[in-house]
Design a protein around this ligand. Structure first.
Ligand SMILES: *Cc1c(COP(=O)(O)O)cnc(C)c1O
Length: 396
Protein backbone atom coordinates (compact mmCIF):
# COMPACT_ATOMS: atom_id res chain seq x y z
CA UNK A 1 0.00 0.00 0.00
CA UNK A 2 1.33 3.40 -0.88
CA UNK A 3 0.55 6.51 1.07
CA UNK A 4 1.53 10.00 0.26
CA UNK A 5 1.23 13.23 2.13
CA UNK A 6 0.85 15.05 -1.20
CA UNK A 7 -2.43 13.39 -2.05
CA UNK A 8 -5.74 14.18 -0.38
CA UNK A 9 -6.35 11.05 1.69
CA UNK A 10 -10.11 11.62 1.74
CA UNK A 11 -12.23 9.15 -0.27
CA UNK A 12 -13.54 10.62 -3.50
CA UNK A 13 -17.20 10.35 -2.52
CA UNK A 14 -16.64 12.72 0.42
CA UNK A 15 -14.49 15.28 -1.40
CA UNK A 16 -17.39 17.44 -2.53
CA UNK A 17 -18.22 18.04 1.12
CA UNK A 18 -16.10 20.84 2.55
CA UNK A 19 -16.26 22.29 6.02
CA UNK A 20 -19.86 23.13 6.81
CA UNK A 21 -21.01 26.68 6.29
CA UNK A 22 -21.87 26.81 10.00
CA UNK A 23 -18.20 26.48 10.94
CA UNK A 24 -17.25 29.33 8.60
CA UNK A 25 -20.06 31.61 9.73
CA UNK A 26 -19.64 30.85 13.44
CA UNK A 27 -15.91 31.61 13.18
CA UNK A 28 -16.82 34.86 11.43
CA UNK A 29 -19.23 35.71 14.26
CA UNK A 30 -16.51 35.16 16.86
CA UNK A 31 -13.94 37.15 14.90
CA UNK A 32 -16.22 40.14 14.34
CA UNK A 33 -18.23 40.05 17.58
CA UNK A 34 -21.41 39.72 15.53
CA UNK A 35 -24.72 38.37 16.88
CA UNK A 36 -24.77 34.79 15.61
CA UNK A 37 -28.14 33.97 14.08
CA UNK A 38 -26.43 31.43 11.83
CA UNK A 39 -26.33 28.17 13.69
CA UNK A 40 -29.59 26.85 15.14
CA UNK A 41 -28.87 26.15 18.75
CA UNK A 42 -30.78 27.69 21.68
CA UNK A 43 -28.90 29.91 24.14
CA UNK A 44 -30.89 28.77 27.17
CA UNK A 45 -31.14 25.39 28.89
CA UNK A 46 -33.95 22.91 28.59
CA UNK A 47 -36.53 21.93 31.25
CA UNK A 48 -35.07 21.82 34.80
CA UNK A 49 -36.71 18.43 35.50
CA UNK A 50 -34.73 16.97 32.63
CA UNK A 51 -31.44 18.51 33.74
CA UNK A 52 -31.97 17.29 37.31
CA UNK A 53 -32.69 13.76 36.09
CA UNK A 54 -29.47 13.78 34.05
CA UNK A 55 -27.40 14.95 37.01
CA UNK A 56 -28.98 12.31 39.20
CA UNK A 57 -28.26 9.56 36.66
CA UNK A 58 -24.65 10.71 36.32
CA UNK A 59 -24.13 10.64 40.08
CA UNK A 60 -26.16 7.48 40.44
CA UNK A 61 -23.79 5.40 38.38
CA UNK A 62 -25.64 5.16 35.06
CA UNK A 63 -22.38 5.63 33.21
CA UNK A 64 -21.76 2.32 31.43
CA UNK A 65 -22.98 0.99 28.07
CA UNK A 66 -26.77 1.04 27.94
CA UNK A 67 -28.54 -1.72 25.94
CA UNK A 68 -28.00 -1.52 22.16
CA UNK A 69 -31.53 -0.33 21.31
CA UNK A 70 -31.55 2.15 24.25
CA UNK A 71 -32.72 1.88 27.86
CA UNK A 72 -36.23 0.40 28.29
CA UNK A 73 -37.51 3.50 30.12
CA UNK A 74 -36.63 5.77 27.21
CA UNK A 75 -38.04 3.42 24.57
CA UNK A 76 -41.26 3.24 26.60
CA UNK A 77 -41.34 7.05 26.88
CA UNK A 78 -40.79 7.46 23.13
CA UNK A 79 -43.65 5.02 22.44
CA UNK A 80 -45.98 6.81 24.88
CA UNK A 81 -45.08 10.20 23.39
CA UNK A 82 -45.87 9.10 19.82
CA UNK A 83 -49.18 7.63 20.93
CA UNK A 84 -50.01 10.79 22.84
CA UNK A 85 -49.17 13.32 20.14
CA UNK A 86 -49.54 11.43 16.86
CA UNK A 87 -51.81 8.49 17.69
CA UNK A 88 -49.07 6.20 16.39
CA UNK A 89 -48.49 2.90 18.20
CA UNK A 90 -44.98 1.40 18.29
CA UNK A 91 -43.79 -1.52 20.39
CA UNK A 92 -40.91 -0.31 22.61
CA UNK A 93 -39.40 -3.79 22.25
CA UNK A 94 -38.44 -4.08 18.61
CA UNK A 95 -39.99 -1.05 16.94
CA UNK A 96 -37.98 1.74 18.60
CA UNK A 97 -34.24 2.35 18.75
CA UNK A 98 -32.36 5.15 20.50
CA UNK A 99 -29.61 6.80 18.44
CA UNK A 100 -26.84 9.37 18.69
CA UNK A 101 -29.19 12.14 17.65
CA UNK A 102 -31.41 12.29 14.59
CA UNK A 103 -28.25 12.64 12.52
CA UNK A 104 -27.11 9.10 13.29
CA UNK A 105 -30.63 7.76 12.80
CA UNK A 106 -30.79 9.30 9.31
CA UNK A 107 -27.30 8.06 8.40
CA UNK A 108 -27.92 4.53 9.71
CA UNK A 109 -31.27 4.34 7.89
CA UNK A 110 -29.74 5.28 4.57
CA UNK A 111 -26.70 3.02 5.05
CA UNK A 112 -29.01 0.14 6.03
CA UNK A 113 -31.48 0.50 3.18
CA UNK A 114 -29.56 1.76 0.15
CA UNK A 115 -27.35 -0.27 -2.15
CA UNK A 116 -24.81 1.71 -4.17
CA UNK A 117 -26.66 3.32 -7.07
CA UNK A 118 -30.03 3.32 -5.33
CA UNK A 119 -31.81 6.65 -5.47
CA UNK A 120 -33.04 8.80 -2.60
CA UNK A 121 -35.71 11.41 -3.27
CA UNK A 122 -35.36 14.45 -1.01
CA UNK A 123 -36.53 18.03 -0.95
CA UNK A 124 -33.95 20.75 -1.39
CA UNK A 125 -32.77 22.86 0.31
CA UNK A 126 -31.88 19.99 2.65
CA UNK A 127 -30.31 19.57 6.04
CA UNK A 128 -26.58 19.37 5.44
CA UNK A 129 -26.01 15.81 6.66
CA UNK A 130 -28.43 14.28 4.13
CA UNK A 131 -26.28 14.66 1.04
CA UNK A 132 -23.22 13.35 2.89
CA UNK A 133 -25.06 10.31 4.27
CA UNK A 134 -26.45 9.50 0.83
CA UNK A 135 -22.94 9.81 -0.63
CA UNK A 136 -21.41 7.59 2.08
CA UNK A 137 -23.92 4.89 1.11
CA UNK A 138 -22.92 5.27 -2.55
CA UNK A 139 -26.53 6.19 -3.26
CA UNK A 140 -27.72 8.98 -5.53
CA UNK A 141 -29.85 11.92 -4.45
CA UNK A 142 -32.83 13.01 -6.51
CA UNK A 143 -33.64 16.49 -5.27
CA UNK A 144 -37.05 18.12 -5.63
CA UNK A 145 -36.79 21.88 -5.29
CA UNK A 146 -38.83 23.92 -2.82
CA UNK A 147 -39.39 27.45 -4.10
CA UNK A 148 -41.05 30.49 -2.54
CA UNK A 149 -44.60 30.73 -3.89
CA UNK A 150 -46.87 33.77 -4.26
CA UNK A 151 -48.40 33.13 -0.83
CA UNK A 152 -45.01 33.61 0.84
CA UNK A 153 -44.62 29.92 1.59
CA UNK A 154 -42.40 27.33 -0.01
CA UNK A 155 -43.90 24.77 -2.36
CA UNK A 156 -42.78 22.15 -4.87
CA UNK A 157 -44.09 21.26 -8.29
CA UNK A 158 -46.03 17.98 -7.97
CA UNK A 159 -44.88 16.98 -11.45
CA UNK A 160 -41.26 17.41 -10.36
CA UNK A 161 -41.84 15.11 -7.40
CA UNK A 162 -43.44 12.52 -9.66
CA UNK A 163 -40.54 12.82 -12.12
CA UNK A 164 -38.00 12.26 -9.33
CA UNK A 165 -39.36 8.77 -8.74
CA UNK A 166 -38.20 5.89 -10.88
CA UNK A 167 -37.24 2.22 -10.85
CA UNK A 168 -34.12 2.86 -8.75
CA UNK A 169 -35.88 4.89 -6.07
CA UNK A 170 -35.26 3.21 -2.75
CA UNK A 171 -36.54 5.76 -0.32
CA UNK A 172 -37.87 9.25 0.23
CA UNK A 173 -36.21 11.38 2.89
CA UNK A 174 -38.72 13.90 4.19
CA UNK A 175 -38.11 16.63 6.75
CA UNK A 176 -41.23 18.39 8.04
CA UNK A 177 -41.37 20.88 9.71
CA UNK A 178 -38.56 21.75 7.34
CA UNK A 179 -35.13 23.21 8.04
CA UNK A 180 -34.05 25.69 6.60
CA UNK A 181 -37.31 26.99 5.10
CA UNK A 182 -39.69 26.76 8.10
CA UNK A 183 -42.17 25.00 5.81
CA UNK A 184 -44.75 22.57 7.18
CA UNK A 185 -45.75 20.09 4.49
CA UNK A 186 -49.52 20.24 3.85
CA UNK A 187 -51.82 17.20 4.01
CA UNK A 188 -52.14 17.29 0.20
CA UNK A 189 -48.35 17.31 -0.23
CA UNK A 190 -47.93 14.45 2.24
CA UNK A 191 -50.67 12.50 0.48
CA UNK A 192 -48.81 12.80 -2.83
CA UNK A 193 -45.56 11.63 -1.22
CA UNK A 194 -47.43 8.67 0.30
CA UNK A 195 -49.10 7.83 -3.00
CA UNK A 196 -45.78 7.79 -4.86
CA UNK A 197 -44.06 5.72 -2.15
CA UNK A 198 -46.75 3.10 -2.55
CA UNK A 199 -46.84 3.26 -6.34
CA UNK A 200 -43.06 2.71 -6.52
CA UNK A 201 -42.77 0.42 -3.49
CA UNK A 202 -40.27 2.67 -1.72
CA UNK A 203 -39.48 3.32 1.92
CA UNK A 204 -39.78 6.67 3.65
CA UNK A 205 -37.44 8.10 6.26
CA UNK A 206 -38.95 11.08 8.05
CA UNK A 207 -36.96 13.64 10.02
CA UNK A 208 -39.41 15.17 12.49
CA UNK A 209 -37.06 16.87 14.95
CA UNK A 210 -39.26 19.99 14.88
CA UNK A 211 -42.49 18.07 15.50
CA UNK A 212 -43.35 20.35 18.44
CA UNK A 213 -42.48 23.57 16.67
CA UNK A 214 -45.42 24.20 14.37
CA UNK A 215 -46.76 27.68 15.01
CA UNK A 216 -50.41 28.46 15.59
CA UNK A 217 -50.68 30.30 12.25
CA UNK A 218 -49.19 27.46 10.17
CA UNK A 219 -51.20 26.26 7.18
CA UNK A 220 -51.53 22.80 8.75
CA UNK A 221 -50.70 21.04 12.00
CA UNK A 222 -47.79 18.61 11.99
CA UNK A 223 -48.79 15.27 10.52
CA UNK A 224 -46.41 12.31 10.50
CA UNK A 225 -46.13 10.66 7.10
CA UNK A 226 -46.25 7.35 8.99
CA UNK A 227 -49.82 8.18 10.08
CA UNK A 228 -51.12 8.17 6.49
CA UNK A 229 -52.82 5.02 5.18
CA UNK A 230 -50.33 2.43 3.98
CA UNK A 231 -47.30 4.33 5.31
CA UNK A 232 -46.57 2.98 8.78
CA UNK A 233 -45.27 -0.30 7.36
CA UNK A 234 -42.75 1.43 5.09
CA UNK A 235 -41.63 4.40 7.21
CA UNK A 236 -38.81 4.99 9.65
CA UNK A 237 -39.91 7.94 11.74
CA UNK A 238 -37.04 9.88 13.31
CA UNK A 239 -36.99 12.52 16.00
CA UNK A 240 -34.67 13.77 18.70
CA UNK A 241 -34.51 15.50 22.06
CA UNK A 242 -32.16 18.25 20.90
CA UNK A 243 -34.62 20.71 19.39
CA UNK A 244 -37.71 19.92 21.52
CA UNK A 245 -35.87 20.19 24.84
CA UNK A 246 -33.20 22.76 23.95
CA UNK A 247 -30.30 20.33 24.43
CA UNK A 248 -28.70 20.11 20.99
CA UNK A 249 -25.40 18.97 22.51
CA UNK A 250 -26.90 15.83 24.03
CA UNK A 251 -27.43 13.99 20.77
CA UNK A 252 -30.20 11.70 21.92
CA UNK A 253 -32.50 10.74 19.06
CA UNK A 254 -34.69 7.81 18.08
CA UNK A 255 -36.20 5.98 15.17
CA UNK A 256 -39.51 4.14 15.15
CA UNK A 257 -40.92 1.82 12.53
CA UNK A 258 -41.90 -1.73 11.72
CA UNK A 259 -39.58 -4.30 13.30
CA UNK A 260 -37.91 -5.30 10.01
CA UNK A 261 -36.89 -1.72 9.21
CA UNK A 262 -35.81 -0.93 12.76
CA UNK A 263 -33.71 -4.07 13.05
CA UNK A 264 -32.05 -3.38 9.67
CA UNK A 265 -31.15 0.07 10.89
CA UNK A 266 -29.94 -1.24 14.23
CA UNK A 267 -27.59 -3.63 12.44
CA UNK A 268 -25.78 -0.62 11.00
CA UNK A 269 -26.13 1.62 14.03
CA UNK A 270 -24.46 -0.94 16.31
CA UNK A 271 -21.23 -0.50 14.36
CA UNK A 272 -21.41 3.27 14.05
CA UNK A 273 -21.73 4.18 17.72
CA UNK A 274 -23.16 1.00 19.32
CA UNK A 275 -24.76 3.12 22.07
CA UNK A 276 -24.56 6.65 23.47
CA UNK A 277 -25.46 9.03 26.26
CA UNK A 278 -26.25 6.51 29.05
CA UNK A 279 -27.01 9.11 31.78
CA UNK A 280 -28.94 11.34 29.38
CA UNK A 281 -31.35 8.64 28.27
CA UNK A 282 -33.33 8.50 31.55
CA UNK A 283 -33.44 12.30 31.56
CA UNK A 284 -34.95 12.45 28.08
CA UNK A 285 -37.54 9.88 29.25
CA UNK A 286 -38.52 12.35 31.99
CA UNK A 287 -38.71 15.21 29.49
CA UNK A 288 -40.90 13.32 27.02
CA UNK A 289 -43.47 12.79 29.77
CA UNK A 290 -43.74 16.50 30.63
CA UNK A 291 -47.30 17.84 30.59
CA UNK A 292 -48.78 19.51 27.50
CA UNK A 293 -48.12 22.91 29.05
CA UNK A 294 -44.39 22.43 28.47
CA UNK A 295 -44.87 21.76 24.78
CA UNK A 296 -47.33 24.58 24.13
CA UNK A 297 -45.28 27.00 26.23
CA UNK A 298 -42.15 26.11 24.27
CA UNK A 299 -43.93 26.60 20.96
CA UNK A 300 -45.47 29.91 22.03
CA UNK A 301 -42.14 31.20 23.22
CA UNK A 302 -40.48 30.36 19.90
CA UNK A 303 -43.41 31.87 18.00
CA UNK A 304 -43.02 35.16 19.89
CA UNK A 305 -39.34 35.22 19.07
CA UNK A 306 -40.07 34.44 15.44
CA UNK A 307 -42.42 37.42 15.35
CA UNK A 308 -39.80 39.64 16.96
CA UNK A 309 -37.16 38.71 14.39
CA UNK A 310 -39.55 38.80 11.43
CA UNK A 311 -40.56 42.33 12.43
CA UNK A 312 -36.94 43.42 12.57
CA UNK A 313 -36.04 41.80 9.26
CA UNK A 314 -39.03 43.38 7.55
CA UNK A 315 -38.12 46.83 8.94
CA UNK A 316 -34.57 46.31 7.72
CA UNK A 317 -35.87 45.83 4.19
CA UNK A 318 -35.76 42.07 3.75
CA UNK A 319 -38.51 40.28 1.91
CA UNK A 320 -39.30 37.74 4.63
CA UNK A 321 -40.87 34.38 3.77
CA UNK A 322 -43.36 32.71 6.07
CA UNK A 323 -41.92 30.52 8.79
CA UNK A 324 -44.59 28.07 9.90
CA UNK A 325 -42.34 26.13 12.24
CA UNK A 326 -38.75 25.20 13.31
CA UNK A 327 -36.11 27.55 14.69
CA UNK A 328 -35.70 29.42 11.41
CA UNK A 329 -36.95 32.04 9.03
CA UNK A 330 -35.65 32.71 5.51
CA UNK A 331 -35.55 35.98 3.65
CA UNK A 332 -34.87 37.17 0.12
CA UNK A 333 -32.01 39.71 -0.13
CA UNK A 334 -32.90 41.21 -3.51
CA UNK A 335 -34.64 44.28 -2.07
CA UNK A 336 -31.45 45.04 -0.13
CA UNK A 337 -29.40 44.98 -3.31
CA UNK A 338 -28.08 41.48 -2.75
CA UNK A 339 -27.80 38.96 -5.55
CA UNK A 340 -25.75 36.22 -3.91
CA UNK A 341 -26.45 34.92 -0.41
CA UNK A 342 -22.90 33.70 0.21
CA UNK A 343 -21.40 37.12 -0.54
CA UNK A 344 -24.19 38.79 1.39
CA UNK A 345 -23.63 36.63 4.49
CA UNK A 346 -19.85 37.07 4.34
CA UNK A 347 -20.28 40.85 4.39
CA UNK A 348 -23.22 41.08 6.81
CA UNK A 349 -21.07 41.03 10.00
CA UNK A 350 -19.05 44.00 8.68
CA UNK A 351 -22.14 45.85 7.53
CA UNK A 352 -24.26 45.43 10.63
CA UNK A 353 -22.83 42.92 13.11
CA UNK A 354 -25.21 40.02 12.46
CA UNK A 355 -24.48 36.54 11.11
CA UNK A 356 -26.91 34.56 8.92
CA UNK A 357 -26.37 31.57 6.63
CA UNK A 358 -26.91 31.46 2.87
CA UNK A 359 -29.36 28.70 1.99
CA UNK A 360 -27.94 28.12 -1.50
CA UNK A 361 -25.38 25.78 0.06
CA UNK A 362 -28.27 23.40 0.85
CA UNK A 363 -29.38 23.15 -2.78
CA UNK A 364 -28.02 21.12 -5.69
CA UNK A 365 -29.66 23.77 -7.86
CA UNK A 366 -27.76 26.65 -6.24
CA UNK A 367 -29.54 29.14 -8.51
CA UNK A 368 -32.84 28.33 -6.80
CA UNK A 369 -31.46 29.47 -3.45
CA UNK A 370 -29.05 32.18 -4.66
CA UNK A 371 -30.88 35.09 -3.03
CA UNK A 372 -32.11 33.38 0.13
CA UNK A 373 -30.59 33.54 3.59
CA UNK A 374 -31.61 31.90 6.84
CA UNK A 375 -31.81 33.43 10.31
CA UNK A 376 -32.25 31.48 13.57
CA UNK A 377 -34.62 32.91 16.18
CA UNK A 378 -34.00 30.31 18.92
CA UNK A 379 -32.17 32.97 20.94
CA UNK A 380 -33.02 34.97 24.07
CA UNK A 381 -35.33 37.94 23.40
CA UNK A 382 -32.61 40.42 24.40
CA UNK A 383 -30.24 38.85 21.87
CA UNK A 384 -32.90 39.22 19.18
CA UNK A 385 -33.54 42.83 20.25
CA UNK A 386 -29.85 43.55 19.78
CA UNK A 387 -29.85 41.80 16.40
CA UNK A 388 -32.89 43.76 15.24
CA UNK A 389 -31.30 47.05 16.34
CA UNK A 390 -28.16 46.20 14.40
CA UNK A 391 -30.08 45.12 11.30
CA UNK A 392 -31.57 48.62 11.09
CA UNK A 393 -28.11 49.82 10.06
CA UNK A 394 -28.75 48.18 6.67
CA UNK A 395 -31.33 50.76 5.70
CA UNK A 396 -29.49 53.80 7.04
C1 LIG B 1 -30.86 19.82 14.11
C2 LIG B 1 -31.37 18.87 13.07
C3 LIG B 1 -31.01 17.52 13.07
C4 LIG B 1 -29.99 16.98 14.03
O1 LIG B 1 -30.53 16.41 15.13
P1 LIG B 1 -29.56 15.77 16.22
O2 LIG B 1 -30.50 15.09 17.13
O3 LIG B 1 -28.78 16.87 16.85
O4 LIG B 1 -28.66 14.82 15.50
C5 LIG B 1 -31.55 16.70 12.11
N1 LIG B 1 -32.40 17.17 11.19
C6 LIG B 1 -32.76 18.45 11.14
C7 LIG B 1 -33.70 18.91 10.10
C8 LIG B 1 -32.25 19.36 12.08
O5 LIG B 1 -32.57 20.65 11.99
Amino acid sequence: MTTSTDVDPLVARMRPFGTTIFAEMSALAVRTGAVNLGQGFPDTDGPPEMLAAAAEALRGGQNQYPPGPGIPALRAAVAAHQRRFHDLAYDPDGEIVITAGATEAVAASILALCEPGDEVVCFEPYYDSYAASIALAGAVRRPVTLRPAANGRYAFDPAALRAAFGPRTRLVLLNSPHNPTGKVFTPAELALVAELCQEYGTYAVTDEVYEHLVFTDASSPHVSLAALPGMRERTLRISSAGKTFSCTGWKVGWASGPAALVSAMLRVKQFLTYVNAAPLQPAVAVALALPDAYYTGFRDSLQQRRDQLVGGLTDAGFEVLDSEGTYFVTADITALGGSDGVEFCRSLPERCGVVAVPTQVFYDDAEAGRRLVRFAFCKRPEVLTEAVTRLRALTR
